[in-house]
Each structure stands twice: as structure tokens, then as C-alpha cells.
Write a protein that binds this ligand. Structure first.
Ligand code: GLN
Ligand code: ZN
Length: 785
């Protein structure tokens, strides 16, 4: 049985790629230096995988920014607005597409970015025009294959499949469907694959994750055409067709009859599909069994994997099988060996974990166990694995005394605000005294180098907690003063004390640990370090009150308390796999509910509970969505409903398409939602043609993921568009997301323009501006020292 891997992380064991890209963007290094960091990383990834004993080593899984962007470049799908940049090196053009380009008299916006299926990885959305043509415009796939081959690797190029590539994109004009471009795209794919074949590639992995989704008939047809044509174009190459993140389900007959060599199955998400697939498959088809979880960090339970593999061997024999992780390992950190010391995971939890390097080892171990059952060495490895699995299962760290009773006491009234939105909003208007089109931000302000240095010094013990706190307080004071000067209506403290919106809470919850180097790529050079939820989650004490209350006392304007919601904490953590996700969500919700009440008690009149991952947690298949949405909505409501009518609850969502879950978003019953829309020009609001969003909404008026400063006119235009969908009394003005990745210069310029835009709208609305200076002192709040 051959072993292979669908993809390795790219960012570097020590995030070398992040650092190299950021230095290059800042003009601190040359393109050659950047390219050489990339080369070193690829080499080290290949060597690691070969040393583990892996048979087929993935190549072209590497990317300097994003593999979908790379695919657009490979097939020459460069949006026309970048035509003036045609003279730039390919890498600079790619970065311009990813990050926008505002230099040398150009002002080009970035491509839209969105989530890769149900992960926290973001890809750049391909843009298609009716007259779209394709040509091979980059030899990246071939170059990386030759590079691996030169190092003696048995390399297997990875390509994003043509149907999924088109499906991931968007039509930029009416009058056609992007799948109609398939015919023009396929010759380019055939050319790419032929080049690889002629260079010596025996296998090519073609990723078609859309096969795990519900498909319309035109997509099914596209699959048949695509693989028939590729077979005809490059008959010799062996295609490993992969899909992941769910089962093939009703696409089984389609997938197993495509003319490919091997079909990969995600047996982590959908082990139940195995029998049906095996039964449906034609004689000669081979299978890649994805038994090692590519989406989570728990050690594999060998006996469970072996049971699946045995089933497959019985049905088709071992010569038609390959062993693999369930999906690319892009979604897990590098190596548990980096974790001894430095993180905050109980020692015993460490042995429960497997990161990318360990997972490749597990794939090889499992293949070995399956092919040499009964050997003494196999027996030993199996016994060792069983022991760890058993130790985890019976660990006292999993249980928290008393939590079960508290959860059992949750009653329906705990999931409802006291009054309806209409009643609440009147009381809130009286308490808050906000102008029409209130301006606010999403929470974070720039995380400067000084701030990061400060945190590092605290970690190393070079400064004490008191001086750290003083420095954070100074940042908060400056941010509050600046917001007042800029004329923003609802202020935030800036989240300077948080390196990450989920990790910050993870550190303050029992049952949660965090790693020292467990970084996972989120987009481009941005990484996150998901907490590890290994046991029952319980709040140890107030988590944010100190900072929010400090900020509240600095100003007469309303201050928002900022929390991360239960669904997002769950989604952006490595969650335990020994209980249903809904259970963990409920535990998290209870912890956040306690924090919300503490903030209210401290005098915060507005509390925002961020749920940017609400949509991404949704199952990919329609049939599984209802169940998810019901527990996710319930978790948010449990977290947010414990406050008085006068307290205004905000939520925030970004980076997904929300049109299809508007009713569920409404069911959260937040008083205000701030939501990302600017990159897609307020497309989201079109959903309001069929669904009336009942509460207040702040559709983002500028994109925070590029350094480009939006103009006042642009934002006025977006707001006017929003006004045709949202009544003016319920429209808020805010950016798409938090500003932590921006520099202060850009932030100040953008927010000043945003305030100016809101003022223009107020004038147009004939309402004039409410005099903020005259605002009565907040009543009923706790006194400030
Ligand atoms: N409050 C968070 C921030 O501003 C929200 C971030 C997010 O939605 N991803 O950083
Ligand atoms: Zn956001």
C-alpha cells in the first residue's frame, strides 16, 4: 500500500515564510531573498516527509500567498484591472492581486478573499469575465516538480482541479455561468499536466473538493466533461482525484466513474461512506484512504483506522489502496516536538497530540501495521498507540465538577432577551443618545511592533506584569483620545491586550490550553494559533472587565465591551473530538454569558460578541445544516441573553457569504450586527430583497485587509446603496472588520474618511448631527475611579 500526503503546511516551522514575505513587502529584502526562503522551506518539507517514510511526496502544495491565487496565475486568469502591472515580476503581480496596489500612480483594489470551505484558511476568489481566455502563464507547478525531482524526491504534483477552480470563482459580469468557461480552461489544464507527465510525474493529485458538496446538474456534467477531456489529453498520467471535508455521498456514482486512477476519501469526516464507495466502484479503480485527521490535532486511534482499512482490503485487496491524511495538512501546525516547554498545555495533554510531522508518521505507521499484521514490531506500535488513546480517554482533565448541573439548569427563558427588539431599541436609544448613522469600529486597533515587543518582553520576564499593564493602559488612553477627536460615536478600547481574539479567551478558560508554536495559516502571511480544547470548559474568572472598564472611565461616549462568541471560539480552536461539538459550544456559551453579565454590571452599555466564524462552522452539505444552525444560534443566545433591555448587544461577522443564512443571523437577535460587505460591494444586502433583516446593521464600508485608504466618496456610495435596503434608523457605519493588521497611519486616514462619509449622509438625511458634547453623563453606570 502506497502512502501519500495531500499537502504540507507552508508557513514554516518558525513561520519563516511569514517573516520573509513581510520583510519583502516592507521593502526590507529582495525578491531573491524571498524566493530562497521559499526554496529552503520546500526542501525541508520534502525531506521531513521522505524521512518519515512517505512514498509519494506532494509538490506544488507550497505557495507564497495562496494556492488558488497561484492557480489563477498559472492559467492566466488575471483580472483586467491589473493589466497596467503586466511588467512586474510574477510574484509582485500575485502580491498586488492579493493585497491591492497603491503605488506609482496606481490605485488597484485587491481580489476578494473568502474562506476555504469550512476552514479558517482564506483564498483569493478568481474573477471571470464572459470573454475570459486562459493560457499557461506560470510554470510554478512544473518548476516545483523539477525542484523536488532534483532532490531525489518521488514527487506528486498537486493541482486544484478545473471544476473546483471555476466553482470557487465569481462571474464579474452578467450573461454567463463560469462553468461555461470549462471548455476554454481544459486545454490549459491538459497542457500543465502534459508538461508534468513529460517531466516524469507518474501521479498528479487533482483536488476537487466540490465533490463533497451538493451539486447542481451542470456541475455534475462539468465533472464528466473535464475528466474525459483530461484523460484524452494526457492518457498516461495517473490522476489521484481528491475531495475532502465531507463524504462523497450522492456524488459517489459520479466520482467512481470518472476516468481517474485513484479516488481519495475523507474517512475522518465521513467513515460511513467507505462501504458504499467500494461496492459502487469499477474493477480497476484505486482508493486513497484518508484515515488520519488533517483538520484536528489529536493522535490517531490506530485500531479504528485499521478497522476501516481492513474493510477496504477485504473488498478490493491491498494493491488498490493508498493511505493518506483526510485532507491537506495545511490546517494543522508543524511539529509537536516544538512544544516541550513554552506553551501552556498540561504535560499529559502533549502526548495526545499529533501535528503535521507526526501525522505523516502516522500515515506510514498505519500502512505498515495494515500490511504486516502480527509482526512483533507491529504489535508493539499498536500497543503503544492503544495505551495513549486509553490514557486520554480516562484522564481526569476531561471533567469539571459542577458544570453538568449548571448546564442542566439552563431554561428556555435563558435563551431570550426580556423584550422584543422594538422595545429594547427604544430603551437603548434613550440610554445611549446616538446620532443617526452611528459610527464605530469592530474592536481592534493596530497591533504595532512596539506592542508585540512588549508582549514578548513580558513573556520572557524582562518586564513585570505591572509595567506591561501600564503600557497597555497608555495605548488605550491614546486610542480613546484619538477616537474622540476623530468624532467616532461608539468607542472601543482597541484590544491591545489581545494577541489573538480566540487565544486570549482560551488562556482564561479551564479545559483549554495553548501551544507555543502551533501556528496555522489563515491568509497570506497571517497565522493563528488555535487553542486546544481538551476538557470541559469553565471560566476561571472575569476575562475582559478590567480593560473594558478602564476604557469606559476615560470617556463620556459609549464604550463597547468586546468578546469572542462561543461558536467562533469553538470553530477556531482545535476542539475535543470525544464529545459532540454542540456540547463544547454550550460550555463555552455559559462562560461567555457570565462575562457578558460582569461587563454589564461594570457599567458597559454596549457589548459586542464577535462571531466571525459563525458561517464557516456550517456543514458543507445542506442536509446537515439545520442541526448545526440550531445549536449555534442557541449557543449565541445563551451567551448574549442574560442582560437588561437597556444593554445593547452587538455581534460581528466577516469573511463569508451570509446571504443564505440571514434568517438564522436574525434569530441571534443581536441588537446590532456589523458585517463584512465592502469587498463585495454590499452584495450581501441583496438578500434583503427577499428577507427583511429586523434589527440594526452596520454593513462594512471599507476593507481592512489592504493598506489602501478608501475615499469619502467611495464610502458614501456604499452607504447610499445600503440605504436602499436598510431603513436609516437602523444603519450603522463601520469598517468590515478589526484594524489590528493595519498601521495607525492608514487606520486614522480611513476612519477619518469614514466619519466624514457618515456626516455627509446625516446632512443628506436632513437630520443634522446630534451634538455629542451635550450628551448627558451616562446614567446608572458604576462610578469611575
Ligand atoms: N473584534 C475583533 C477585532 O476587531 C474581530 C475580529 C474578526 O472578526 N476577525 O479584531
Ligand atoms: Zn471581522
Amino acid at each position: 500500500m502506497l502512502t501519500h500526503n495531500l499537502g504540507y503546511p507552508r508557513i514554516g516551522r518558525r513561520r519563516e515564510l511569514k517573516e520573509a514575505c513581510e520583510r519583502y513587502w516592507a521593502g526590507e529584502s529582495t525578491l531573491e531573498e524571498l524566493l530562497s526562503v521559499g526554496q529552503t522551506l520546500r526542501r525541508s518539507h520534502w525531506l521531513t516527509q521522505r524521512e518519515a517514510g512517505l512514498d509519494l511526496i506532494p509538490c506544488n502544495d507550497f505557495s507564497y500567498y495562496d494556492h488558488v491565487l497561484d492557480m489563477s496565475q498559472m492559467v492566466g486568469a488575471i483580472p483586467p484591472r491589473y493589466a497596467p502591472l503586466a511588467g512586474l515580476p510574477a510574484m509582485d503581480l500575485a502580491f498586488a492581486m492579493a493585497r491591492g496596489y497603491q503605488k506609482d500612480g496606481h490605485d488597484l483594489i485587491a481580489m476578494e478573499m473568502t474562506k476555504w470551505f469550512d476552514t479558517n484558511y482564506h483564498y483569493l476568489v478568481p474573477e471571470f469575465h464572459k470573454a475570459q481566455t486562459f493560457t499557461v502563464q506560470s510554470s510554478k507547478a512544473l518548476d516545483e516538480f523539477l525542484e523536488a525531482k532534483a532532490l531525489g524526491m518521488n514527487a506528486k504534483p498537486v493541482l486544484l482541479g478545473p471544476v473546483s477552480y471555476l466553482m470557487l470563482g465569481k462571474e464579474k459580469e452578467g450573461g454567463f455561468h463560469r462553468l461555461q468557461l470549462l471548455e476554454r480552461l481544459l486545454p490549459v489544464y491538459a497542457e500543465l499536466m502534459r508538461d508534468l507527465f513529460e517531466a516524469g510525474a507518474e501521479f498528479v493529485q487533482v483536488d476537487e473538493p466540490f465533490l463533497s458538496l451538493d451539486l447542481e446538474e451542470n456541475v455534475v456534467e462539468a465533472y464528466r466533461t473535464a475528466y474525459r477531456e483530461l484523460k484524452r489529453g494526457v492518457p498516461g498520467i495517473r490522476i489521484i482525484l481528491t475531495s475532502y471535508f465531507d463524504g462523497l455521498r450522492n456524488n459517489i456514482p459520479l466520482a467512481v466513474h470518472l476516468p481517474v486512477h485513484t479516488v481519495h476519501l475523507d474517512l475522518q469526516r465521513a467513515p460511513e461512506q467507505l462501504e458504499e464507495v467500494l461496492a459502487a466502484a469499477p474493477e480497476e479503480l484505486c482508493f486513497s484512504l484518508g484515515v488520519v485527521d488533517g483538520r484536528n490535532i489529536w493522535r490517531n486511534d490506530f485500531s479504528a483506522s485499521l478497522a476501516l482499512i481492513r474493510k477496504a482490503i477485504d473488498a478490493v485487496g491491498s494493491s488498490r489502496l493508498m493511505i493518506a491524511p483526510s485532507c491537506s495538512l495545511l490546517h494543522v501546525p508543524y511539529d509537536t516536538a516544538l512544544e516541550s516547554g513554552g506553551g501552556a498545555l498540561p504535560e499529559v495533554v502533549l502526548e495526545w497530540l499529533a501535528f503535521a510531522r507526526q501525522k505523516v508518521g502516522e500515515v506510514c505507521d498505519i500502512a505498515y501495521l495494515a500490511s504486516s499484521p502480527g509482526s512483533p514490531e507491529a504489535a508493539l506500535r499498536l500497543a503503544e498507540n492503544a495505551l495513549v488513546v486509553q490514557r486520554r480517554r480516562s484522564s481526569p482533565l476531561l471533567h469539571n465538577e459542577g458544570l453538568e448541573e449548571r448546564l442542566a439548569d439552563v431554561a428556555p427563558r435563558d435563551l431570550r432577551r426580556e423584550s422584543s427588539f422594538e422595545v429594547r431599541s427604544r430603551k437603548q436609544a434613550a440610554a445611549l443618545n446616538l446620532p443617526l448613522f452611528p459610527t464605530t469600529t469592530i474592536g481592534s486597533f493596530p497591533q504595532t511592533t512596539e506592542l508585540r515587543r512588549l508582549r514578548n518582553r513580558l513573556r520572557k520576564g524582562e518586564i513585570d506584569i505591572e509595567s506591561y499593564r501600564e503600557a497597555i493602559e497608555a495605548e488605550i488612553v491614546a486610542a480613546v483620545r484619538w477616537q474622540e477627536e476623530a468624532g467616532i460615536d461608539v468607542l472601543v478600547h482597541g484590544e491591545f491586550e489581545r494577541a489573538d481574539m480566540v487565544e486570549y479567551f482560551g488562556r482564561k478558560l479551564d479545559g483549554c490550553g495553548f501551544t507555543a508554536h502551533g501556528w496555522v495559516q489563515s491568509y497570506g502571511s497571517r497565522c493563528v494559533k488555535p487553542p486546544v480544547i481538551y476538557g470541559d470548559v469553565v471560566r476561571k474568572g472575569a476575562m475582559t472587565v478590567r480593560w473594558s472598564d478602564f476604557a469606559r472611565c476615560l470617556t463620556r461616549k459609549p464604550m463597547k465591551g468586546m468578546l469572542t462568541g462561543p461558536v467562533t471560539i469553538l470553530q477556531w480552536s482545535f476542539a475535543r473530538d470525544d464529545q459532540p461539538r454542540r456540547e463544547t459550544a454550550r460550555q463555552l456559551a455559559l462562560a461567555i454569558r457570565d462575562e457578558v453579565r460582569d461587563l454589564e454590571r461594570a457599567g458597559l452599555k454596549i457589548i459586542q460578541i464577535d462571531e466571525p466564524a459563525f458561517r464557516e462552522g456550517m456543514p458543507l452539505r445542506k442536509g446537515s445544516r439545520e442541526e448545526y444552525l440550531s445549536w449555534a444560534v442557541e449557543a449565541f443566545r445563551l451567551a448574549s441573553s442574560g442582560v437588561r433591555d437597556e444593554t445593547q448587544i452587538h455581534t460581528h461577522m466577516c469573511y463569508s457569504e451570509f446571504n443564505d443564512i440571514m434568517p438564522e443571523i436574525a434569530a441571534l437577535d443581536a441588537d446590532v450586527i456589523t458585517i463584512e460587505t465592502s469587498r463585495s460591494q454590499m452584495e450581501l444586502l441583496e438578500a434583503f430583497n427577499t428577507f427583511r433583516y429586523p434589527n440594526a446593521i452596520g454593513p462594512g464600508v471599507f476593507d481592512v485587509h489592504t493598506p489602501r485608504v478608501p475615499t469619502v466618496e467611495e464610502m458614501v456610495t456604499l452607504l447610499r446603496r445600503a440605504l436602499s435596503y436598510v431603513p436609516k434608523e437602523r444603519l450603522w457605519v463601520n469598517p468590515d472588520c478589526g484594524l489590528k493588521t493595519r498601521r495607525w497611519e492608514e487606520t486614522k486616514a480611513a476612519l477619518s474618511n469614514m466619519v466624514a462619509a457618515a456626516r455627509i449622509l446625516r446632512e443628506e438625511g436632513g437630520e443634522g448631527e446630534v451634538e455629542q458634547e451635550e450628551m448627558p453623563a451616562a446614567s446608572g453606570s458604576a462610578p469611575c475611579k
